[in-house]
Design a protein around this ligand. Structure first.
Ligand SMILES: [Zn+2]
Length: 235
């Protein structure tokens, strides 16, 4: 690959980036990376990229058709993935999303199940939340994937025009419908017949991704694959 403005700036970011592992925030990272040796060795990776039938796609059986779905890491309460995603979402540690997004992109690239994706759409967040958070973490991940996979990101095709109401005590189906009503499409003709990769930081019940698929399915001929940094697991 030749010189690019992005890699030039990434290089600069690397120079000033704090010298602690982004997972444990204690040890020094491996030279040229953001993780220390121990965290890298203990990273709870999934097998989703090599298995057509996995516990990610299982969440969408009988609900919405998808070509493939995968998460990079298993998220358990209190594990390092939990910590990293918290820092990405609430402590403005954008680098976590960039680094894990690059890793996710590499796994997608190697996988036999993510072929012929035309474009990437990040799960949108409401404008107010974006201001509070500093960025949309899903867009950070989508941009990293775009760089690795060489596929464009359509960041303004799917919009969240309403904030999501409190969701406690609702069934997944009710939550999905509520979420669907907060979403809208913009200039959707450009999506006609495309294979869309929808990207989010974490998959828990799958309601958010399902609502995004349902909204985008209003466009003729679209197909879907799904990818997240993490999948929530319970023991
Ligand atoms: Zn570490």
């Amino acid at each position: 690959m030749g010189f690019s403005i992005t890699s030039y700036f990434k290089g600069l970011v690397g120079l000033v980036y704090p010298d602690l592992c982004i997972a444990c925030v204690k040890e020094s990272p491996i030279k040229g990376d953001d993780f220390c040796v121990d965290c890298m060795a203990d990273m709870p990776v999934t097998t989703h990229f090599n298995l057509e039938d996995n516990d990610f796609v299982y969440h969408f059986y009988g609900r919405v058709p998808i070509i493939h779905g995968a998460a990079l890491l298993n998220f358990y309460k209190g594990n390092m993935v939990n910590t990293m995603l918290y820092r990405l979402k609430y402590e403005r540690k954008k680098r976590v999303g960039e680094r894990l997004g690059i890793w996710l992109g590499q796994e997608i690239k190697k996988s036999a199940f993510f072929k012929n994706v035309d474009l990437i759409i990040p799960v949108p967040i409401h404008r107010k939340r974006k201001i509070k958070r500093g960025y949309n973490q899903s867009l950070v991940i989508a941009n990293a994937l775009s760089e690795i996979l060489n596929i464009p990101v359509f960041h303004d095709a799917l919009l969240k025009h309403l904030e999501t109401a409190t969701q406690t005590k609702k069934t997944r189906s009710q939550r999905t419908l509520d979420l669907l009503n907060t979403l809208s499409l913009k200039n959707s003709d450009r999506l006609l017949g495309k294979h869309i990769l929808i990207v989010d930081d974490v998959m828990t019940t799958g309601a958010t991704l399902e609502a995004c698929v349902l909204k985008l399915k209003e466009v003729d001929g679209v197909t879907f694959s799904l990818a997240t940094l993490a999948i929530t697991k319970t023991i």
